[in-house]
Design a protein around this ligand. Sequence first.
Ligand code: AMP
Length: 110
Amino acid sequence: MCIFCKIAANEFGTQFLYEDENVLAFRDLDPRAPTHILIIPRKHYENIDELTNADPALVGELFAAASSLAISEGLTGHRTVFNTGESAGQSVFHAHLHLLGGRSFAWPPG
Ligand code: AMP
């Protein structure tokens, strides 16, 4: 079972900032911004491409959770990111949306 499937199965007692039937959110272990939250589907998909092909409505659910978390975290601006593939920096192969905020961000990203 992948690490995020284990988190979804509550094997580590992770605190969920948001949860519903399909979606979970929790803080990143190694935050890259004052607010850094991961929003994941409970069901395993390797990356956002696989998830979009299988269940496009679920992509919208992940972004709806991110929007609601941005408000509850009091963010005035935020960045949402899916890294897809090792060359783009994906290190956990269970689709996850990064919600980052609480600081300024450069563009283009590194
Ligand atoms: P990515 O590099 O886009 O695949 O993002 C994976 C993210 O998962 C990284 O930001 C890691 O810090 C984070 N991460 C890995 N393991 C855990 C964990 N057990 N709990 C919370 N975040 C994790």
